[in-house]
Design a protein around this ligand. Structure first.
Ligand code: SAH
Length: 346
């Protein structure tokens, strides 16, 4: 038995054709799964009974068991999902003014070993399947619908949960296919989905060639010595290689790459660092998201004072850099950037 959520529309169409069933039936099934959020084959009432029976014989409809859900004072919700093999991942549902954003995981654990990130402490377990990636979106939309809210109001996705999306490239790409499918899939707008990477340079270029999606890059430092000490990935693709890949990244003329920059007190938050950041990014169509460090017991770093954060931001703005301070939501339930762990480490 296979998880039907692990099948692209193309895969499913071929499976149907091999069975002598016309392809449009596969499109119907796909729509039930990814748009109408069905949770059984019986629900798919525009298919004949025989076909529904056949589907149930060959496939199961993968579910992510909801092990726990926490709600923040700011209404952000964190879901802890238990996967079929007992691994855990988290996703975070963030209410905005007029829509919801879902922060999605692509791996159980993470292998990148960034020194400031709690997910790193769990180590790497495994890549998520496409079914497990799109399953997080399906489940969150089902949750929204259960609250009596239009499920498509979950309109934005950030691949900023656990794991390195570009290290699970094939499943990421297949998932994006379902997410962007406006005919039979999840109908997300390309402008509303962002993939964030710690900086796997060759995969950045590849992503721009293979699909159209917003790119975010976790930069976090302006010189190689510091960046390598914080993010081991920098030893393989140092800042020059990373930024060269960003320049090559194909995007619409008006789009910009988001550079995430965690502000850590006394580490990377001086005026000189801000000037360096402007210098590095000025040749690139870039905007900067400053993320005040979310403190946790597993890392020694501290969040800078509000004055320091504002001074840093002001330098960027005065140099005509597009920049904002990103408010991490869900801090009180460990749902903020860098706080996902999905396992008990104390
Ligand atoms: N692996 C991808 C996706 C994870 S995104 C990536 O690195 O981009 C998670 C974001 O949170 C990254 O920008 C990371 O730099 C940031 N982050 C990690 N730990 C953090 C912390 N403790 N406080 C604030 N931001 C953090």
């Amino acid at each position: 038995m296979k998880d039907i959520l692990d099948f692209t529309r193309q895969d499913l169409g071929e499976w149907f054709e091999n069975k002598g069933i016309r392809r449009f039936r596969a499109d119907q099934v796909f729509k039930w799964l990814h748009l109408k959020l069905a949770d059984s084959f019986e629900e798919m009432t525009d298919l004949g009974k025989a076909l529904r029976g056949e589907l149930a014989e060959h496939f199961f409809l993968g579910t992510l068991e909801l092990e726990n859900m926490e709600t923040s004072v700011d209404a952000t919700k964190k879901f802890l999902h238990r996967l079929a093999d007992g691994e855990y991942v988290e996703s975070v549902l963030i209410p905005e003014k007029e829509h919801y954003t879902l922060c999605v995981s692509t791996q159980a654990g993470c292998a990148m070993n960034c020194k400031f990130c709690l997910t790193a402490k769990t180590g790497f377990k495994r890549n998520l399947t496409m079914g497990e990636i799109v399953g997080q979106v399906r489940d969150a939309r089902r949750f929204v619908a259960q609250q009596g809210i239009e499920p498509l109001s979950l309109s934005n996705i950030v691949f900023m949960g656990m794991g390195e999306p570009l290290a699970n490239y094939d499943n990421l790409l297949r998932s994006l296919g379902v997410i962007f499918d406006t005919d039979f899939g999840m109908k997300f707008s390309r402008r509303k989905v962002t993939v964030s990477t710690s900086g796997i340079a060759p995969k950045i270029i590849q992503l721009g060639l293979d699909t159209e999606v917003n790119l975010a890059v976790s930069l976090n430092a302006t010189d190689n010595e510091l960046r390598s000490s914080l993010m081991p990935v920098n030893r393989t693709w140092p800042i020059e290689a990373l930024l060269a890949a960003c320049k090559e990244f194909e995007m619409k003329p008006r789009n910009k790459i988001t550079f995430e920059y965690i502000l850590m007190s006394g580490v990377n938050d001086s005026d000189a660092h801000a000037h360096d950041l402007v210098r590095l990014l000025s040749p690139i169509r870039a905007k900067v998201n400053l993320i005040p460090f979310n403190e946790h017991p597993q890392a020694p770093f501290k969040r800078p004072s509000r004055d320091r954060i504002n001074a840093f931001l002001t330098i960027l703005l005065n140099r005509n850099m597009t920049a904002i301070v990103r408010k991490s939501k869900g801090d009180d339930i460990s749902a903020a950037c860098g706080q996902l762990k999905a396992a008990r480490i104390e």
